[in-house]
Design a protein around this ligand. Structure first.
Ligand SMILES: Cc1cc2nc3c(=O)[nH]c(=O)nc-3n(C[C@H](O)[C@H](O)[C@H](O)COP(=O)(O)OP(=O)(O)OC[C@H]3O[C@@H](n4cnc5c(N)ncnc54)[C@H](O)[C@@H]3O)c2cc1C
Length: 286
């Protein structure tokens, strides 16, 4: 259901925004152990998974990547260039004159006659979508966000083909011009938001375990995932101030789940749809 939606949504959005950011692409899962391969074969037969788990092959189709425990072909895979997507959204909103780029100052927001005011504006609702920034939001910081840090590398590999995403302990995603994104890490205890040398080495070692080819690191990035312990988004209205709404908790899957739930949420706010109980913040006690 989610994928049916996405496979239509992103191409439509490319047309609407007038640019390219959606790249359907084969994904090859190089199993790291016999157990991983056995699990794949078990789930392949399962109705829920069989539209995603494709054939298992013994020979690596890619030069420079060994297939010790064989390779699983993921169906319906691809990637979204979120930097390009955000740039296009920004131009689109600027052209429509509906974007103000500013840090939101919560102390300047007031409730007036069932509405909400901020600086010189009055609105029926404010929807907060601040990711990990929610920890500074005095109205929604009670929500159980478990910020998870992640790090990735940008690398250059001359001899690796650029037509598939490959993964064994770490993914290598071709960006074009011999460049690949490599990631990612999961850190639950972290002290700062910057990339660290230890995790750079970890990613380099994992990449060296995946490909048997020389590579050069050309970039290293870190970010914070807005994760939730029950792995469900945090969406809905504030229990005391229904003028305030939240759209958060996309965790490690914002690209996959945000469009689907954004549409559902917008429809729900307009009385046109139900909000999935699993994502509604009413499940969280204040
Ligand atoms: C290393 C790494 C790898 C990932 N890989 C994937 C992947 O492969 N697939 C996938 O689907 N997802 C992936 N994710 C997760 C994905 O990035 C998140 O799910 C997504 O970014 C969440 O989107 P969001 O808009 O809710 O939050 P964010 O992307 O965090 O955006 C929130 C924005 O709000 C702004 N903000 C916060 N407070 C304020 C304020 N007071 N005033 C103004 N602005 C404010 C922030 O600056 C930020 O720009 C990855 C994340 C990391 C870190």
């Amino acid at each position: 259901m989610l994928f049916d939606f996405l496979e239509e949504y992103y191409p439509e959005l490319e047309k609407e925004l007038g640019g390219k950011f959606y790249y359907p692409m084969p994904y090859l899962r190089y199993f790291a152990s016999q157990g991983e391969r056995d699990n794949w074969l078990k789930f392949m037969a399962d109705e829920e998974y069989k539209s995603f788990l494709g054939d298992v092959i013994d020979e690596s189709p890619i030069e420079g990547v060994t297939s010790t425990f064989w390779v699983g072909l993921v169906k319906r895979s691809g990637w979204v260039d979120t930097n390009a997507l955000l740039d296009l959204f920004k131009s689109y909103f600027i052209e429509k004159e509906i974007l103000i780029e500013d840090k939101f100052d919560y102390s300047l927001m007031h409730f007036v006659d069932g509405k909400v005011s901020y600086k010189n504006r009055v609105a029926d609702k404010v929807i907060f979508a601040e990711g990990y920034g929610i920890v500074n939001n005095p109205y929604f910081n009670y929500l159980p966000l478990k910020a998870t840090k992640g790090q990735m590398l940008s690398v250059e590999v001359d001899a690796l083909v650029e037509d598939s995403i490959i993964n064994r302990k770490v993914f290598a995603l071709p960006l074009g011009n011999k460049q690949f994104k490599v990631g990612s890490t999961y850190e639950w205890d972290w002290e700062h938001e910057e990339p660290t040398p230890e995790l750079r080495i970890d990613l380099e070692n994992k990449l060296a375990g995946l490909i048997d080819l020389p590579f050069k690191v050309i970039g290293h990035q870190a970010g914070i995932r807005p994760s939730v312990s029950d792995r469900r988004p945090l969406i809905g209205l504030h229990p005391k101030h229904p003028q305030l709404a939240v759209f958060n908790g996309m965790g490690s899957k914002g690209v996959m789940i945000a469009p689907y739930f954004a549409r559902q949420f917008a429809n729900w706010l307009n009385g046109l749809d139900e909000l999935d109980k699993e994502v509604d913040i009413v499940r969280v006690k204040v």
